[in-house]
Ligand binder design. Structure first.
Ligand SMILES: [Zn+2]
Length: 427
């Protein structure tokens, strides 16, 4: 724990202290033994109270419309053109060009006054600008909204899917959108190692340590994943977030090898898959035939990404594949993507594509009964099971000079992941 205090004082140290009480807040126990719950009062959240006027005031909440200017918004709220001018002149830190459609504005007026005396711009999740009118004119004050940042551990066992595991795991703690967000984030962390949509097995287990921010109003935001451990049927893969000196934060496994590889494991971001590699009944031809590839069910228009860097060697109509793209990679592998609705801009024979680049969109051109992506990996011209062909060996290691620092961080994270403490309700 010393590491944190020395490296990132303040917030991080607080997070470590907090985690001692809330770690395992949502340990998923599928076994019937319920873990005792104990409520711990949440630490007080500090937000500077705005210079609020009497609560007897009339309050109106408005939203900035698409294509609207702030002047139009304020005038709709009852401010005259000259009053609007005075307000905007006083509004320090308000960049009218940066205001986005959807921003909410609160206007408050005294019951006998048609002109608002207080205008609140909710600039972002973190910033609010208060403008108040007195006999001296308008005055502005910007408030930062303090999100409470916690570090939380969630663990789960796969039964049908990662989503389902999250649903059980997070029942008490996270909203449904936050649970989905966490599942997506976790799938992103492991996207070079496993295709979460089809390679998970019943009984696989995960633990994830991540930052969770809570706004005073109760809004919850899933932040960075700091560490995770997946126990697949054959292997255990840790993911430790680490920032190499002079580099961006990246995930490394327990051996200090980067989780980044030459290939992504799936051509679509984490989605449900409709069939697996092998023999199956072809939905259109109505006959059994070898289905040399993988079908990913996804809604029409879902972006398709190339699983590796390479050169486009085919882009166009190709029989039953419909609109298809083929990419040749450096190791000689070719990946093929079929049934596309259309191609991404600039994708044509000879184009260079980076890993993860969007090359087109899911559709149902060619022999397809519904929108899906047909994906193949070809090695020396023959189709191979992508699960094997794209299986990665190991990524680049942490530089030797940083290994000790990494190991220290890993030890601290693993300790947090495995901390065996009382289960508490976060809120
Ligand atoms: Zn197919």
């Amino acid at each position: 724990m010393k590491f944190f205090a020395a490296d990132k004082p303040g917030r991080r140290r607080m997070a470590v202290a907090l985690v001692a009480s809330i770690v395992a807040a949502a340990v998923l126990q599928l076994s019937p033994s319920p873990t005792p719950r104990k409520s711990v009062p949440a630490p007080p959240v500090t937000i500077a109270a705005p210079a609020r006027l009497a609560d007897s005031m009339n309050r109106r909440v408005d939203t900035m419309r698409r294509g609207e200017t702030v002047v139009e918004l304020l005038q709709r709220g009852g401010l005259s053109p000259s009053e609007t001018g005075h307000l905007l002149a006083a509004a320090k830190g308000l960049d009218a060009r940066r205001l986005r459609a959807g921003m909410s504005v609160i206007l408050r007026a005294h019951p006998n006054d048609s002109i608002p005396s207080e205008v609140v711009f909710n600039l972002s999740e973190d910033r609010t600008l208060y403008l108040t009118r007195s006999t001296l004119g308008w005055a502005s004050e910007e408030k930062l909204i303090a999100w409470q940042k916690d570090t939380v551990v969630v663990s789960g066992t796969i039964r049908s899917s990662l989503y389902a595991a999250m649903d059980s795991a997070r029942g008490a703690l996270l909203s449904r959108p936050a649970r989905s967000e966490l599942a997506w984030t976790l799938a992103d962390v492991y996207e070079y190692r496993i295709d979460m949509s089809r390679e998970l097995r019943d009984g696989d287990k995960f633990k994830v340590l991540f930052e969770l921010s809570t706004a005073p109003g109760g809004l919850v935001r899933v932040g960075e994943v700091l560490a995770a451990r997946f126990e697949f049927s054959r292997a255990q893969v840790e993911a430790i977030r680490y920032e190499k000196s002079g580099g961006r934060a990246e995930f490394f496994d327990q051996n200090g090898k980067s989780l980044r590889m030459a290939f992504l494991r799936a051509p679509l971001a984490f989605r449900r898959i409709s069939s697996v590699f092998g023999m199956r009944r072809h939905p259109v031809l109505g006959v059994r035939r070898a289905h040399k590839g993988t079908d990913y069910a996804a809604s029409s228009g879902t972006p398709i990404r190339t699983v590796g860097e390479g050169t486009v060697i085919f882009s166009g109509r190709k029989g039953g594949y419909g609109n298809a793209v083929e990419v040749r990679h450096r190791n000689g592998y070719v990946t093929r993507y079929g049934h596309m609705r259309g191609f991404a801009t600039g994708i044509r024979r000879g184009s260079h594509v980076g890993i993860g680049q969007t090359i087109g969109y899911v559709g149902m051109t060619g022999l397809a009964s519904g929108p899906h992506l047909h994906f193949e990996v070809l090695v020396n011209g023959a189709q191979r099971d992508p699960r094997r062909a794209l299986a990665s060996k190991a990524g680049l290691p942490i530089p030797v000079s940083e290994r000790a620092k990494f190991d220290q961080l890993r030890t601290a994270y693993i300790e947090m992941l495995d901390a065996d403490v009382e289960v508490v309700a976060l809120r």
